[in-house]
Design a protein around this ligand. Structure first.
Ligand SMILES: Cc1ncc(COP(=O)(O)O)c(C=O)c1O
Length: 383
């Protein structure tokens, strides 16, 4: 069998390599996994089961059921002040599908997409698959890993079409402040760009409130807000995401997806209606638990030799610097895994400005995190 040339040399990403290594090991404390450790609330499961018994077992509408799109609009209005109509919402298969479809819909061959890195690794290949060119803009810890205005300006060419943002950010866990967003918005307007704003971690924010990029003056018509229920409602396995943006873009994304996934699982959508309408108190509960864990882990990390960690801002990630150990991110992570059986992800797996950092997901109980930090401290003392 002959594979397509462009895929025949495909290798697992830095993140997948760690996941594959863990599968073969025993006794690993896994701080590499970007999903909440909580199961989906049972009343969400019940709502989906009820829908199945009521006969919601047929093909769904391609753009998503009207009730779930209304629930998405209500959720974003209630939490983030974003005005949208159901025509402006696409229900997709996981948060990961939205940037893929949007890039397919927006890019002509050779057009450029500015990626603020370190970032969620699939973006790179999604841009390439859409015939575009990814233009990474490096960020620095001193600036909270937000893109500096001068660096954005330097990245622009006449072919630049899209800026892809992600706040709260995977992997850094940092949040772009309102002031920084306003600077970015001015840049976007100046160069007539379109923004794909991945806000999948909007419910997990520990510093100020979440600012939806589309709510900044002049940005609604140039922004696709991308979210989902994987992280906010612990529904990773249900594979549900959505995109909110200009109706014409949503229309084309829906048509492209009709040739791919043909709609989102009906029961997932019905469970999501319940989740979006009835689970606000649970969001707050979980946010409190993640905040506690992250404060604890950051505190422990800052007492370790060669490590420094900024306080938690968003998502469930910490992104400590390990530069003081003299090891590269990769070496650090693999030695920590092999010697201490603690799994993390090298910052360099998310782009070159992640070098010198590691990603720690606080998606385990405080007990497991305590044990992991004990092991990591012992590992560092042994270096
Ligand atoms: C920034 C970001 N966007 C999108 C996704 C995809 O989420 P989903 O599991 O809903 O596809 C993730 C998952 O880790 C993520 O970190």
């Amino acid at each position: 069998m002959k594979l397509a040339g462009r895929y025949s040399k495909m290798q697992p990403s830095g993140m997948v390599k760690i996941f594959q290594a863990i599968e073969k090991m025993e006794g690993v404390l896994n701080l590499s996994i970007g999903e909440p450790d909580f199961d989906t609330e049972h009343d969400i499961v019940d709502a989906a089961a009820r829908a199945a018994k009521e006969g919601f077992t047929h093909y769904p509408p391609l753009q998503g059921f009207l009730d779930v799109r209304v629930a998405v609009c209500d959720y974003w209005k209630r939490h983030h002040g974003l005005d949208a109509t159901p025509e402006e919402v696409y229900m997709g298969v996981g948060g990961i599908q939205s940037p893929h479809l949007a890039l397919q819909a927006l890019l002509d061959p050779g057009e450029e997409v500015i990626l603020v890195e370190p970032c969620f690794p699939p973006y790179f290949l999604q841009v390439e698959n859409a015939g575009g060119v990814a233009v990474p803009v490096k960020t620095r810890e001193e600036n909270g890993f937000a893109p500096a205005a001068a660096d954005l300006e330097n990245a622009v060419t006449p072919r630049t079409r899209v800026l892809l943002l992600n706040s709260p950010c995977n992997p850094t866990g940092r949040v772009i402040s309102r002031e920084q967003m306003e600077e970015i918005a001015a840049f976007v307007a100046r160069h007539d760009l379109f923004v794909l704003s991945d806000e999948i971690y909007e419910s997990l924010i520990y510093k100020g409130g979440h600012v939806a990029f589309a709510t900044l003056p002049g940005m609604k018509d140039r922004t696709l807000t991308m979210g989902g229920l994987s992280k906010s409602h612990c529904m990773t396995g249900w594979r549900i995401g959505y995109a909110i943006g200009p109706a014409e873009l949503i229309r084309v994304m829906t048509l492209i997806a009709a040739n791919q996934t043909y709609g989102l699982n009906t029961l997932t959508q019905k469970g999501a209606v319940w989740a979006l309408e009835k689970q606000d108190a649970k969001l707050l509960e979980r946010r409190k638990i993640f905040a506690e864990r992250m404060d604890y882990v950051a505190g422990r990390l800052n007492k370790m030799k060669g490590v420094s960690c900024a306080p938690a801002e968003g998502a469930f990630y910490l992104f400590p610097s390990v530069k003081g150990t003299g090891l590269s991110s990769e070496k650090f992570v693999w030695q920590l895994l092999e010697n201490a059986h603690v799994a993390t992800i090298p910052g360099s797996a998310f782009g070159t400005s992640g070098e010198g950092y590691i990603r720690i997901a606080c998606t385990q109980s405080l007990k497991t995190l305590t044990e992991a930090m004990d092991r990591m401290a012992t590992f560092l003392d042994s270096l």
